[in-house]
Design a protein around this ligand. Sequence first.
Ligand SMILES: [Zn+2]
Length: 96
Amino acid sequence: MTECGEIPDYHGPHTQPLKPGHTKLNWYEPSNRVQRVRVVLHTCQCRHTVYELCSAAGQGSIRRTDHEKGTVHETAWALTATARSTFHRILQGEAW
Ligand SMILES: [Zn+2]
């Protein structure tokens, strides 16, 4: 999946262009209630919007960082499997 370099920590998959009929996700200000968040997967950081699949205490959330605007948002915390499938839908351009 490395498309543009050899540094695996930096590069990840690229999101696909949004498809018609995509799901609009709700994005919230990041909460600090979860102390120890592990980043499971992230998209390529050569884009100015980076999505990370975060995991903590059996739950998951997607964090969106916009490096151009300097903003960070996250989805509601859900079951890890649900968050993982949402992350893949974002990658496929099926959710935003
Ligand atoms: Zn890239």
